[in-house]
Design a protein around this ligand. Structure first.
Ligand SMILES: *Cc1c(COP(=O)(O)O)cnc(C)c1O
Length: 501
């Protein structure tokens, strides 16, 4: 051993001594603070948290740190217990300005739906059981009459989501056949729903008709061949083709398809069941309109404008619905009793036609007027200013919300926001750092970065939520407008107007 190695060997000895002084798992488990956590969270979580805390301490010691204080170890283990027990799907405040935000869970459900789901979870339910005959029932029957009544369809079925509904309809009606669709409607919805890919997965051959901006009836007429099995139309829900455009409407497409003896289906996506212009909102195409125009099947989501649970609803003529229900894929894509409970209760609200905006929270948020939103922003401004500190400028400003999830991407809803700006002299990513801190609160606050400011659109913060919002803000760590080290900004990904659909 050379002389040079001696100090290192000495260091190693010292490190070993420090490591040996760390308390044992059992000794920490016996501490009252951690014992109390065993009572509430169980032995396994607490033991694992202690092992993790000791492991982290050993690593720091090997890197040259001193041994941690005994109390610090207890605190670290306790924090780790809480982290282990905390749900991943934590509630958040959605101040992005996008009401039906796919990444934040889309629609908020009616109390009736929430109660129905709770009841279905607690007890047995007549899911596929006919209580009148004592025989086996069909789970679709739970919502079929309501859907028929609301859309005028002959029959209906429900699967996991609208993407599944489209996949299933294509496969059941046109596997191994050609499907005609306008080139302007080869949509991509966030999360990798692409019409051409869905066609391929369904075993259909996509035939693009017309051009991106203009498709005419004669284009469809000339696209028919011996292998054509279906004509499809997709609601171009998350973009708009404007300018020199032409498309073929549902009635005409239905006529052309039927003249050639093939069915016509419509992927509507957002799926409002009522004319939203009654509530001052842009009018969305309705399933009942597409059916009245001659569509054989219409598919739409349960958790977009309908304001219900995630589901893919298919309404239409009896025969194609029966074909869908016979397809083995239907079994693979079927919905649970929880979905059906929520969907049935939601549809019943529509069927009653009674006090809809009060009972359907998604509709209430969409229909909320700017004055009301502005009042919320004004009430919250002092609490936000106190939380972020005087160095930041907090103002109440007009902004525009979006419906989200592919409803009328061009239309904006007049709204109001709390805008937070960094001091003019501040350097570095100060606003990004603030945005990250707000996301780090016990109930994360998710806003939108725009033009170097943080925008907290107050549309989705109802007056009843305000006290909870203010309490949550009280836990903000003191903020410094001073330049922060690189990386503190935490890469917000929500600068886009609409992250995902
Ligand atoms: C949103 C959407 C879909 C996908 O619906 P999910 O319920 O999310 O599966 C399909 N088509 C259109 C036109 C849509 O807008």
């Amino acid at each position: 051993m050379s002389d040079l190695a001696l100090p290192r060997a000495g260091e190693a000895r010292a490190t070993a001594e420090v490591l040996a002084r760390l308390p044992s798992v059992d000794r920490l488990l016996a501490q009252p603070a951690l014992g109390a956590l065993v009572a509430s969270h169980g032995h396994a979580f607490v033991k694992r948290a202690i092992q993790d805390a000791l492991g982290a301490a050993r690593e720091r010691i090997r890197a040259g740190a001193e041994a941690p204080a005994f109390d610090a170890l207890i605190d670290d283990a306790a924090a780790r217990v809480h982290a282990l027990a905390a749900p991943r799907m934590t509630p958040v405040f959605n101040l992005t300005g996008t009401v039906i935000h796919t990444n934040l869970g889309r629609a908020l459900l009616a109390d009736e739906a929430i109660d129905a789901v709770a009841a279905a979870m607690r007890g047995y339910a007549a899911l596929e059981y006919d209580v009148a005959t004592g025989g086996r029932g069909d789970r679709d029957a739970i919502v079929e009459d309501l859907l028929r009544e609301l859309t005028g369809a002959e029959a209906a079925t429900v699967v996991n989501n609208c993407a599944a509904a489209v996949l299933l309809a294509l496969k059941a009606l046109a596997a191994k056949k050609e499907v005609l669709i306008s080139r302007g409607e080869l949509i991509e919805i966030g999360g990798s729903f692409r019409m051409p890919d869905i066609m391929k997965a369904a075993g259909c051959k996509l035939v693009e008709v017309g051009t991106t901006n203009r498709t005419h009836a004669r284009d469809f007429e000339s696209a028919f061949g011996p292998k054509t099995g279906l004509v499809a139309k997709a609601h171009t829900s998350n973009y708009a083709v404007t300018g020199f455009t032409a498309s073929v409407d549902e009635a005409e497409l239905a006529r052309i398809a039927h003249a050639h003896g093939v069915p016509f289906i419509v992927d509507l996506g957002s799926g409002a069941l009522i004319d939203l212009s009654v509530y001052g909102l842009p009018k969305e195409p309705l399933p009942q309109e597409a059916l009245a125009a001659g569509a054989d099947l219409v598919m739409f989501s349960g958790d977009k404008l309908l304001g219900g649970p995630q589901a893919g609803i298919v309404v239409g003529r009896r025969e194609p619905i029966a074909r869908i229900k016979r397809d083995p894929l239907k079994r693979a894509l079927r919905v649970s009793k929880l979905t059906l409970a929520a969907l049935e209760a939601t549809l019943r609200v529509y069927a009653s036609g009674h006090r809809l905006p009060e009972r359907l929270p998604t509709l209430a948020l969409l229909a909320r007027e700017r004055n009301d939103i502005r009042a919320t922003a004004e009430r919250l401004k002092p609490a936000l200013q106190a939380a972020v500190g005087d160095a930041f400028a907090v103002t109440v400003e007009d902004c525009a919300s979006q419906i989200g999830s592919g409803a009328q991407p061009i239309e904006r809803l007049p709204s109001a926001a709390l805008a937070v700006r960094a001091p003019a002299k501040a350097k570095g990513r100060v606003i990004e750092s603030l945005e990250k801190r707000l996301r780090g609160l016990p109930v994360p606050v998710v806003g939108r970065m725009h033009d170097g400011a943080l925008w907290l659109d107050c549309r989705c913060l109802l007056p009843g939520d305000e006290p909870r919002f203010v309490d949550n803000l009280r836990t903000v760590r003191p903020l410094s407008p001073a330049p922060l080290p690189q990386g503190e900004g935490g890469g917000s990904s929500n600068d886009r107007p609409q992250a995902d659909r």
